[in-house]
Design a protein around this ligand. Structure first.
Ligand SMILES: Nc1ncnc2c1ncn2[C@@H]1O[C@H](COP(=O)(O)OP(=O)(O)OP(=O)(O)O)[C@@H](O)[C@H]1O
Ligand SMILES: [Mg+2]
Length: 528
């Protein structure tokens, strides 16, 4: 196909692009949206498509595009983007300036006079961040290759670095280009859209999956039963997601590539060969550990669709709630990792413990508001579930919540969360791997909780508020008693901690060197 045939399709094209796009690549190049993602299995031609997209407008004076990888090494690998751009652009009028990692393209204005050069740069964030490194740029195209390796902050920041091109004659009015209908140059500049384009494999940072609302087209648990194939589709109306598969790319030796992917561990293979978005090789909690209960009136059954052992509501050992109040600084100010962390949520999870030590996740509430709302949420939960107690993190922000909740007459217990989240989660991981932690078969919050849990690797920049509520629930149970339960039908004693009163526990925390001031020593009224 030549230039004319692309233009007949309504596709902007330049002869700097040496490859003829595949059908999926063509779709990616034609999308009119500000933002889109080409993602999925390995080898589908995603990076190629990104380079094509960046080059679409390099004949327009002043046009500027940048493509990011996480590190400079990623950019410079053989056959990676810089190398590939050299294969494509060597022998063309474009000039490479190595010190700037930038190609410059000669252009012509619409009236035939020489225009400003157009640019394609390659950038990397490395250990720094986009704001520090790329404050000064102004572009019409931002490309993110392997966007799932990038921080959400960096991705978001670059939107502020996109700006429409202005005509050198008519310039801007109040910062907005003053395009004139009768000016050819204005019309040429106006034709360049602002685009943010990304490629990715599944996995990595979970924000990508959320931003593009990548979801299975059928219930994966249903599919596991019937053997049906799950496809992952993008459900965001303004941010299209094009799923990519090896089979889309006839330019690779698909058979030998597929054989190479077969050598990988099962989880990585599921991601890179089948384009599955529901697994992560580094995740601490494995999706296949999850068990699902169903609810039938007053009964819970440990199995889908009302199957499995039944437990009547009244036979439960206890219902309790774990509360993880939002904090803005868990690791102290100035900590770059903490600054990087997404703003945290307050999460409340409601749990039921069966007589034979299975833990059912009854409900979850998550929001981004302040302390008074936490108390309100606790009161609502109290009415709805009548829990035996609330476990609240005894950290800095947790303490006032504990006090206020106790004043409201709620039964609260402080817990110390270990700063090391992975250690804190160990009990939960062990019990989930034993099939003793049960998710509801249906709940509005289920996919949110599953997404956080099954992608969480323990890295400090990841959101982990939901994980914390699970970790703390698992740590609150004396599981070993459960180990002997099947042979011992008698009601267990219950958790010792229930019998302790709050001031005693708090005193105990302080006596173990708990960092804050003891509220009792200030004469503050604590219990109602
Ligand atoms: N339209 C095309 N014409 C010719 N070759 C192509 C085309 N699309 C992709 N290729 C080639 O196929 C190979 C794989 O493509 P590419 O690297 O873009 O895939 P990818 O989806 O980014 O893979 P990965 O998941 O490994 O990052 C590359 O060598 C690339 O140049
Ligand atoms: Mg690629």
């Amino acid at each position: 196909m030549g230039l004319e045939s692309y233009e007949a399709l309504g596709l902007k094209w330049t002869d700097y692009i040496p490859h003829q796009p595949t059908v999926k690549q063509l779709a990616f190049l034609m999308l009119p949206h500000r933002e889109s993602l080409f993602g999925g299995a390995a080898g589908g031609g995603k990076s190629d498509a990104l380079l094509m997209a960046a080059l679409q407008y390099v004949d327009v004076p002043g046009y500027s595009a940048i493509i990011f990888r996480k590190t400079l090494t990623d950019l410079k690998q053989p056959d990676a983007l810089i190398d590939r751009s050299h294969q494509w652009l060597a022998g063309t009028p474009a000039k490479w300036v190595g010190s700037e990692h930038t190609w410059y393209f000669p252009t012509l204005n619409a009236d035939g006079s020489p225009g400003l050069p157009a640019k394609l740069s390659f950038g990397y964030i490395g250990e720094s961040n986009a704001k520090i490194r790329y404050q000064g740029i102004m572009v019409q195209f931002v490309g993110w290759d392997e966007v799932n390796q990038h921080e959400y902050d960096d991705y978001r920041y670059l939107f502020s670095r996109t700006r429409k091109l202005a005509c050198p004659i008519h310039q801007t009015v109040n910062g907005v280009p003053d395009y004139r209908e009768d000016c050819q140059i204005c019309q040429q500049q106006k034709s360049v859209p602002l685009r943010v384009r990304s490629t990715t494999n599944p996995g990595g940072f979970p924000w990508v999956k959320q931003r593009f609302r990548i979801q299975p087209d059928i219930d994966p648990r249903e599919a596991a039963r019937t053997g049906a194939r799950v496809s992952y589709v993008g459900k965001h109306s303004k941010r299209p997601f094009i799923p990519s598969f090896l089979a889309d790319n006839p330019h690779l030796d698909q058979e030998s590539y597929a054989a190479a992917l077969d050598e990988l561990d099962p989880v990585t293979k599921a991601m890179l060969k089948e384009g599955r978005w529901d697994v992560s090789p580094d995740a601490r909690f494995k999706r296949h550990w999850a068990r699902y209960y169903s609810r039938r009136g007053e009964y819970f059954t440990l199995g889908l669709n009302g199957t499995g052992p039944m437990h009547h509501m009244d036979s439960l050992q206890r219902i309790f709630v774990t509360v993880d109040p939002a904090t803005s600084s868990k690791f102290g100010p100035g900590d770059i990792l903490n600054w990087r962390k997404q703003p945290s949520y307050t999460v409340l999870s409601i749990w039921a413990l069966t007589i034979n030590y299975h833990l059912l996740w009854l409900d979850m509430v998550r929001f981004r508001r302040e302390a008074p709302d936490v108390i309100l949420a606790m009161k609502n939960i109290n009415r709805r579930w009548n829990p035996d107690y609330f476990l609240v993190e005894g950290n800095g922000v947790g303490m006032p919540i504990l006090q206020a909740a106790a004043k409201e007459g709620l039964t609260v217990q402080p817990i110390i969360t270990r700063a090391d989240k992975v250690t804190n989660a160990t009990e939960a991981m062990i019990r989930m791997s034993q099939g003793r932690i049960w998710f509801p078969e249906e709940a509005s919050w289920l996919s949110t909780a599953e997404d956080e849990l099954f992608f969480w690797t323990g890295a400090p920049t990841e959101t982990d508020d939901i994980v914390d509520t699970l970790s703390n629930a698992a740590r609150n149970i004396s599981w070993d008693e459960g180990a002997v339960m099947p042979d011992n039908p008698e009601m267990p004693e219950g958790d010792m901690r229930e019998n302790l009163d709050l001031p005693m526990i708090i005193d105990d925390l302080y006596s173990r060197g708990y960092p804050n001031e003891n509220p009792f020593s200030t004469g503050m009224e604590f219990l109602p």
